[in-house]
Design a protein. Structure first.
Length: 288
């Protein structure tokens, strides 16, 4: 497992009247190379969870292991080295841009790793290509770019670290539908080409359905589900009870089932719906 948490609990302001349990007894295993969607209502603990994965937060109790290394039971040098294995893209990462040029901004992380200039240059250009930007922009100020372009440059800066795990907190938040689709398509391509583990935090069930292989569902600081996406979305009523919505296409098939049609309900993509409808037509499936 590339990531493992054991009985992970985190409390904010412990021992004070403002104490709040943000995570409680989380036991989670993430397989190397998986694409994981992390979903949950606001305040469910998603952001607190991912902030533990490269030691931004320290557990109140429990353990976090990254590539077999216990982040809080190792040397400082090991912790720093392990942090580079988990690239974390916060929500609205474009606000973290600060360098004079796009090139310098993307190169900032690799430089801090002490890499030679040739390796830094390779990573900058490859990361830029991953996010769909042209090399002509490298000498431009990042502040002259559009909002969507800034978002891409910020993501490229984390990709340039070549982390074994790329974690993104609502990477498409605030973008128009076209920009949203482009960012998510680039991330899916990145996952396919690099084989890296990707963790995508999103409120959009459609985004998780289209991109992730596995889903993690959080509720009030607890881990409620961790299973393949189709298994998770098959629990539509339970998800609705948590204040979450399933993909629209899944709701359509649940409605068909309720009306007496003998169809599967673990359908969560348009392609899956197409296959199921064709299968039903071939079998002559109708109402029970």
């Amino acid at each position: 497992m590339i990531i493992e948490t054991k009985n992970l609990t985190h409390k904010y302001s412990p021992g004070t009247p403002f104490e709040k349990v943000a995570l409680e007894d989380i036991n989670l295993q993430i397989a190397e190379g998986d694409y994981v969607g992390i979903i949950g209502h606001t305040g469910s603990g998603k952001s607190t969870l991912i902030s533990h994965l490269n030691a931004i937060l320290q557990p109140t109790t429990g353990q976090i292991l990254v590539d077999g290394v216990d982040l809080w039971n190792c040397s400082k040098a090991e912790r720093i080295a392990t942090r580079f294995k988990v690239g974390l893209v916060f929500q609205y990462p474009e606000y973290q841009l600060f360098e004079e040029t796009v090139y310098k901004d993307i190169a900032f992380g690799p430089k801090n790793m002490g890499l030679p200039e040739e390796e830094i240059d390779r990573r900058v250009r490859e990361s830029l290509a991953f996010v769909g930007m042209k090399e002509e922009c490298l000498e431009r100020s990042p502040f002259d770019l559009s909002g969507g372009q800034k978002r891409r440059i910020a993501i490229a800066g984390v990709m340039a670290l070549e982390p074994k795990v790329l974690v993104l907190d609502e990477p498409a938040a605030g973008l128009d539908p076209k920009g949203r689709d482009e960012i998510l398509a680039r991330l899916k391509e990145y996952h396919a080409q690099t084989g890296s583990t990707v963790l995508l935090v999103s409120h959009s069930m459609e985004d998780i359905a289209k991109n992730a292989n596995t889903a993690v569902v959080m509720e009030q600081g607890r881990l409620k589900m961790h299973a393949p996406v189709e298994e998770v979305f098959a629990h539509a009523n339970e998800l609705s009870g948590m204040g979450l919505d399933v993909p629209q296409i899944t709701r359509v098939f649940f409605s068909l089932k309720e009306k007496g049609f003998d169809v599967r309900t673990d359908i969560y993509t348009i392609e899956g719906a197409k296959k199921e409808i064709l299968s039903c037509l071939r079998k002559g499936v109708g109402r029970k």
